[in-house]
Design a protein around this ligand. Structure first.
Ligand code: HEM
Length: 312
């Protein structure tokens, strides 16, 4: 992977906010890897000819995470959460879907993201963001308001399994005949959503999310439905800050079943990276500048967290 200056600067910005923690991701440092299966619905193959959307159940890994790049941050912090899915394809390659528990992203371009991260970085003397700086940024960039509103009101989740996650970028779904429809992935928890009360959050153990998910998986698999919301006329397909109207057509694509904590990857020299641009034939990328900024930034993060090249 060739990285450029903006990739370095994006990760510099994350390191400046969260600190540099050798061995840990620059963002989403704390998380839990799980073994899973991905089973497409019959409707999936009509939408796309991609190999994982036809027929068989595929092996998968899912990593749940907190958004922070500080691996010591307590789980009860108000923070967006991540859900990253790696599906193993019949030809030995993989494809990744990477999602957040926010309905929109903070910026349309990597340059805007740098400016936003600068504006919201906590003041080292108070540990708090400078609200005047954040306000000035939002006045200039109203497109960031949905994501910021969702982030500051984000529930403290009762479980990683009790949140809805959104992959935010639109991808092209290429049917067998070659026609393309743009859509966005959403992961819906079969268990429903559940949050901690303020009192529960205040008393929660620092790592309660991993403990809770481990206990939950010992009882039964955790299931998510994977939906694709299809773009309507005029919906932007290159702008992750802009949610589409709820009324858009939705196709149920798959059932994701998380079965157990996983210990077969991220051990020894195996570096696991989830890259949303890693798509097979049958899925295409939009021109979204944030989507295209991600692989470079993730590679810089990998280079900083380990000397080992990333693997699939
Ligand atoms: C230009 C914008 C973005 C930048 C610079 C960025 C940066 C990063 C970095 C540096 C990592 C750690 C990578 C690693 O070491 O493996 C990461 C992980 C992650 N990012 Fe982003 N990110 C961006 C946009 C997004 C978006 C739009 C989403 C969701 C749709 C997202 C979701 C995640 C998740 C879930 C992880 C954790 C993956 C894992 O568990 O390994 N990011 N991000």
């Amino acid at each position: 992977m060739v990285t450029d200056d903006i990739s370095e600067r994006l990760v510099d910005g994350l390191n400046a906010t969260y600190g540099r923690h050798p061995g840990h991701r620059a963002a989403h440092a704390k998380g839990m890897l799980c073994a899973a299966t991905f089973t497409p619905t019959p409707d999936a193959a009509s939408l796309s000819r991609a190999p994982h959307l036809a027929g068989d159940t595929r092996r998968a890994h899912v990593r749940f995470s907190n958004g922070s790049g500080d691996p010591t941050a307590p789980d009860a912090a108000r923070d967006g959460r991540g859900m990253a899915v790696k599906i193993y394809l019949p030809d030995g390659t993989t494809t990744d879907i990477v999602a957040l528990s926010l309905p929109a992203f903070f910026a349309r371009t990597p340059e805007d993201l740098l400016a936003f991260n600068e504006a919201r970085r906590p003041d080292p003397s108070t540990g708090q963001p400078d609200l005047a700086k954040v306000g000035a940024y939002l006045a200039e960039h109203p497109e960031a308001v949905p994501a910021v509103t969702a982030a500051v009101t984000h529930p403290i989740p009762a479980s990683y399994a009790a949140l809805t996650y959104h992959a935010l970028h639109a991808f092209g779904f290429v049917a067998a005949g070659g026609s393309v429809r743009y859509g966005r992935y959403h992961f819906l928890p079969a268990a429903g959503e559940a949050a901690l009360s303020d009192d529960e959050a205040a008393g929660a153990a620092p790592d309660y999310l991993v403990a809770e998910l481990t206990e939950r998986l010992a009882r039964a698999p955790v299931v998510f439905d994977v939906d694709v919301q299809l773009a309507g006329d005029g919906d932007p397909v290159d702008d992750p800050t802009a949610p589409w109207p709820d009324a858009r057509e939705v196709v149920r694509l798959a059932r994701l079943e998380i079965v157990a904590p996983a210990h077969d990857r991220e051990v020894g020299g195996d570096v696991l990276v989830f890259d949303p641009t890693r798509v097979p034939d049958g899925i295409t990328l939009s021109a979204d500048p944030i989507l295209h900024a991600r692989p470079g930034a993730y590679s810089v993060s990998v280079a900083r967290r380990t000397a080992v090249e990333s693997s699939r």
